[in-house]
Ligand binder design. Structure first.
Ligand code: NAP
Length: 491
């Protein structure tokens, strides 16, 4: 099916409608917004097999993966519904007036989070449901009280159209203002760029490549009124193998990492693209065992030809770098398929070559062999910001490497012990973000309930009479939410 790019007039009309819808949507109760989010989940489920088959056809993803991604998408819509129905997420703070305070009286001040305004969402090719039209950005922005315009990803435009239809239907059924959610197509960058440049747009949620995210971030910062861009971009998710554990557990570690590297043809932002260890007997055994697994890996069909071409190009570039050795490769496959590839390099060569620390999107993993723990620490210091960093080690051994832990805290948004980075649990405690270039703003997460914080801003209300205070801040706490009053938490 062919979709036509939105014209400049259509972009402008969509943003104006989103702005109008925002002005009434933001004032709806958490209960009403929750109803809308729950209806979105129901309508997505009601698309049934049509959605599953369309997504499979457009993305080459297997059925089980599409079904589980749909579950994750409807799951996060219901999670945000629960959050706004409960209501404490607005972080209400009340500080009572102290008219007798000397030398100056203190006014009554109350503060809460309010929505930021209409938001543009760009989804990624590799998560056609969970990071796309009804993905975490859309669900969290709607939960915050913002209206949303999605720029459909051209690699799964039909899937996007189906999900957009479900969201619109949910809006009509639950009485939402028309225009609270809108969906525009665009094969060219112009549609996305015009949306980001529109003066009525107040924030951007982006998941995708570093080049795309940085381009939109720069564009938003050049506007007469700059706006925040929450771009989730590239990460190579280093895994550090500590020597004592590796000597004992090389077999288990190799199998675990082989599965993580090849899962989904390596097309995850959490793929372990870098493995770092001290070069010793344990590492040799690990590489041998990992290689046995990798040579068995079938070539996997990638999301689309562009992603496959880019993977082949980046693998060839990596193989041409000084000091690179091929340790193992899986089956070769067609031009649309990705071949699992494990390469290694001495830390001294890695440290001299910044290109080796950049993301290769697909099933490639680079092993960096360090002469000793000092060189390993030097490799850590050279890392860019990451979504995750993992340490495989015994508890007593990890305790001895406090220095490594301290360094990693500076570099990543999620630290993992004895596990792989793939598989992002959707939970309030989750952090899916990290220092640049993993994201453009490491203070926020794209996954979990705190994702809502990207699309709000605080407002303080000073000396407001009860009658005009928002219900969240009224003295009697009619919504029965958790609040901090004069320094104490209470309901
Ligand atoms: P992409 O090519 O950057 O596309 C993402 C979206 O942004 C598309 O709608 C694209 O539109 C638009 N876009 C890209 N560059 C643009 C520009 N200069 N101006 C206007 N719009 C622009 O990314 P992708 O190939 O879909 O996704 C793969 C990447 O996403 C990988 O690097 C992966 O690691 C990353 N990713 C990150 C996370 C995370 O949470 N950190 C999660 C999943 C994926 P067009 O298609 O029309 O160009």
């Amino acid at each position: 099916m062919n979709f036509i790019d939105a014209t400049t007039q259509e972009v402008d009309a969509a943003v104006r409608e989103a702005h109008l819808a925002y002005l009434s949507y933001k004032n709806l109760s958490g209960k009403k917004k929750g109803e809308f989010l729950r209806a979105i989940a129901d309508e997505i489920e009601a698309l049934g097999d049509t959605l599953v088959q369309t997504t499979m056809r457009e993305t080459n993803l297997p059925e089980a993966r599409v079904i589980s991604e749909r579950g994750r998408t409807t799951g996060h819509c219901r999670m945000f519904a629960q959050l706004v129905e409960e209501g404490s997420w607005v972080e209400a703070r009340l500080d009572s007036a102290q008219p007798q305070r000397a030398p100056l009286p203190r006014p009554d001040i109350r503060k809460m989070l309010v929505p930021i305004g209409p938001v543009i969402v760009f989804g990624a090719a590799n998560f056609p449901l969970a990071y796309s039209t009804a993905g975490g950005d859309t669900a969290s922005a709607l939960a915050a009280g913002c209206s949303v315009i999605v720029k459909a990803h051209p690699a799964h435009a039909e899937t996007s159209e189906l999900v957009a239809g479900a969201i619109k239907k949910a809006g009509t059924k639950t009485g939402m203002p028309p225009g609270v959610f809108q969906h525009l197509h665009g094969m060219s960058f112009e549609v996305g760029q015009a949306l980001v440049n529109h003066p009525l747009i107040k924030a951007v949620g982006f998941t995708g490549s570093l080049v795309g995210g940085k381009a939109l971030f720069d564009l938003a910062n050049k506007r007469p009124e700059p706006i925040p861009v929450f771009a989730e971009m590239s990460s190579i998710n280093p895994v550090y193998l500590l020597p004592e554990s590796l000597a004992k557990n090389f077999e288990k570690t190799a199998v675990m990492l082989a599965n993580s590297i090849t899962q989904g043809v390596g097309q995850f932002c959490t793929n372990p693209g870098l493995v770092i260890a001290v070069d010793n007997d344990g590492l040799k055994k690990y590489i041998k065992r990992l290689s046995e697994e990798i040579v068995k890996a079938p070539a996997g069909t990638m999301l689309h030809q562009g992603i496959a071409n880019n993977y082949h190009k980046r693998v060839a570039e990596t193989l041409a770098q000084k000091g690179i050795t091929i340790e193992a490769q899986g089956a070769e496959g067609s031009a649309l398929q990705g071949r699992a590839t494990i390469v290694s390099v001495a830390a001294k060569d890695f440290l001299k070559n910044p290109m080796l620390a950049e993301e290769v999107f697909g099933p490639l993993s680079l092993i960096v062999k360090c002469a000793d723990i000092n060189e390993l620490n030097a490799v850590v210091a050279r890392q860019h910001g990451q979504l995750t960093s993992s340490i495989i080690g015994e508890e007593a051994e990890i305790e001895k490497h406090q220095n490594l832990l301290n360094l990693l805290k500076e570099k990543a948004g999620r630290l993992i012990i004895n596990g792989v980075p793939t598989g992002v649990e959707v939970a309030p405690s989750q952090n899916h973000g990290g220092p640049y270039p993993a994201t453009t703003d490491s203070r926020f997460t794209a996954v979990g309930t705190d994702a809502v914080k990207r699309f709000v801003r605080p407002v303080a209300f000073q000396n407001f009479p009860e009658s005009v205070l928002p219900p969240e801040l009224k003295t009697g706490n009619p919504l029965n939410i958790w609040r901090m009053t004069d320094g104490n938490w209470s309901k």
